[in-house]
Ligand binder design. Sequence first.
Ligand code: GLV
Ligand code: MN
Ligand code: MN
Length: 421
Amino acid sequence: MTVPADIVAIGTQAEAMLADLGAISAEPQRLVRLYLSPEHRKAADLIGSWMRDAGMSVSEDALGTVRGHWRPEKKRRLLIGSHVDTVIDAGKYDGPLGVVAGVLAVRELAARNADLPFGIDVLAFGDEEGSRFRTTLAGSSASAGAFDRSSLAFPDRSGISLADAIRAYGHSVDDIPAAAYAPENVVAYVEVHIEQGPVLEAKGLPLGIVTGIVGQSRMRVVVLGEAGHAGTVPMQMRQDALVGAAELIMLIEQTALENQDDGMVATVGRIEASPGATNVIPGRVGFSLEFRSSSDAKRKAAIELIKSDAQRISVKRRLEFAFEPFHETDTTACTPALQDLMSKAITSLGYQPIRLPSGAGHDAQMMARLCPMAMLFVRCRGGISHNPAEFASESDMGLSVAALVRFIEALAAKVSAGEAT
Ligand code: GLV
Ligand code: MN
Ligand code: MN
């Protein structure tokens, strides 16, 4: 189907904005934009300038979330958001597309002088990936009134705590409670995001309606053994923490493989062995562990199983295992009535409205604690994400903004008619 030129032009604008944001990186050779870093500041200022150009007033909350307010005089607000932080060596679409789509949707509505029964806040959150601190969704959790203050003590890799980083960024942790929206003033939250998977491309469709976001559990696992001389300690007498960790990691993979009915995935993405020398038996290992599954009960059961596996390995190898959980979100459904509105918006553009779950985490998960929530997925090439090869086409991105505008108009009609979302 040929996409109308005016819609492609919006996508071309989105691509230009994403390219500008994608150039803001801590490293010249790869995209790295961490929460509360100088690059976050630059990106936030750029986004603020786009918001002003689109007719919004701009503020920033204590977590560094940039907020563009369109029609600020209206008490009831529709929230459109996503994140601007990245993974290490990221693509430029994961996160920023949702912010850019929000800005461009407001620009469209302002150009039409749309009169809606609510104002719109576009939210650019700074911490969805958890790449700097062990937090994830810090900004959206504050907006949703669900911020966990214990995370303020989390250090980054150089020992700077989240609280100190917030101060260095120019905000006060005392203002965090004021970042929370009052639920009665919020109509809904909607987020546009690349799919980060291959389903839409395989179906030949540009857009998809998200049915829900899988739950996840994240933790750090610490294994304690005894460091020793790699040349003198016989194999049977070692307390090698890294070999114990390796044995457990194989069982983690096996557990996820055995739970494929619920699409369980488990990942160890980071591991450090100490003291970290060729000729020293590793005495201490720390690794990250993440489980995701659409069944919260099975995910939690899998973690218990891994803990009992660790117990067995600890006896066999004379090691100690400690599990330090730092993030837990249950599977979150997108609001059915809003899924239906999104479906109508996509249908009105001439496309089949496919529904699919999200295996990736999103700020929408947290915002669902505050208000009704919807997500729109945009096809990405090869399903590739968390990778610099990430790509979404201008016409697909233009369609996502057009669908978002139609969704907002349909929501406005519903709100005006006094119907619940
Ligand atoms: C966010 O990208 C996540 O799902 O880890
Ligand atoms: Mn994302
Ligand atoms: Mn991501």
